[in-house]
Write a protein that binds this ligand. Structure first.
Ligand code: ADP
Length: 262
């Protein structure tokens, strides 16, 4: 959770998502953020939580996660047992924004615990404790997912999806992405433009050997390394090539693009 005096998270708006989110929060509607990894979804939620003055509780979902990991569990102690609220329960009680990152990773029996929270009921049943919590008026649920990873096995059920309003995220437009790189790392405009140009080339290879486009996050890494004194070519190979492909031909293609642009 951010410290109350922490500086605001830096977020560069893409279109009108700040106003739209503000309206969704005013109505306490659950929000779904869709888009590829590393394109700004988490940063957007951090920024909105700051702007709305609400604490943010983030949970990175994974396939081993159980409902208890969200709701809470009894702990054994010397004197007996003690109940410990999970992150979702804490958010529901305290009026935080709860962000379930990559929700499709969680098993469906885990996902359904959010259903009664995401409709007019705004309730969270804690069966193990025999307690029914009515959500704090300021509580809001936000989920993210990457439609690129979608498969028949891994998709949200319609009964889950249709409880949310949605935002489509994508990599920022080139000028905006360059601005993000400069603001995040202090890299010069000319280098930022080259990195964004490289990202454009790599993103065009999606579906032609690359499973996913090159994230803004990786561009930030490359710019950070360059600012730290690493040569641009080494920085780009480290940050923009090696993490995204293990295929020798693809690595050669990407490295060639780097040499052409730098
Ligand atoms: P994800 O979509 O996976 O949640 P993040 O929100 O973590 O991605 O974004 C990755 C990085 O990209 C952030 O740490 C930030 O540096 C940068 N970024 C992407 N979009 C923006 C934006 N619109 N404003 C500011 N930073 C951004």
């Amino acid at each position: 959770m951010a410290h109350p005096t922490a500086p605001p998270p830096y977020y560069l708006e893409q279109t009108n998502e700040v106003a739209l989110y503000t309206a969704a929060y005013a109505a306490r509607l659950p929000v779904m953020l869709k888009g590829p990894t590393g394109c700004g979804k988490s940063r957007f939620v951090e920024y909105m939580a700051w702007k709305l003055g609400r604490p943010l509780i983030t949970v990175a979902c994974n396939e081993d996660m159980t409902a208890s990991d969200l709701l809470g569990r009894y702990l054994l102690e010397a004197g007996g047992t003690r109940w410990l609220d999970g992150p979702l329960t804490t958010a529901v009680r305290s009026g935080a924004i709860c962000y379930l990152d990559e929700i499709v990773e969680a098993r469906q029996d885990t996902t359904v615990v959010i259903h009664p929270l995401c409709d007019h009921r705004r309730q969270l049943p804690l069966d193990k404790r025999g307690e029914l919590i009515h959500a704090h008026p300021d509580f809001q649920l936000v989920i993210s997912y990457n439609p690129g990873y979608q498969s028949l096995m891994k998709d949200l059920k319609q009964s889950t999806k249709q409880r949310f309003v949605g935002f489509d995220f994508d990599y920022p437009q080139p000028e905006l992405e360059a601005t993000v790189l400069m603001a995040e790392t202090g890299v010069q405009a000319s280098m930022a433009a080259k990195l964004v140009q490289l990202a454009g080339s790599a993103r065009r290879l999606k579906g032609h050997g690359l499973a996913e486009g090159l994230s803004t996050r990786l561009l930030v890494y490359a710019a950070t390394l360059i600012q730290g004194g690493v040569s641009p070519r080494d920085a780009c190979v480290m940050a923009l090539v090696r993490p995204i492909s293990d295929d020798a031909d693809m690595i050669a293609t990407l490295t060639h693009a780097i040499d052409a642009v730098l």
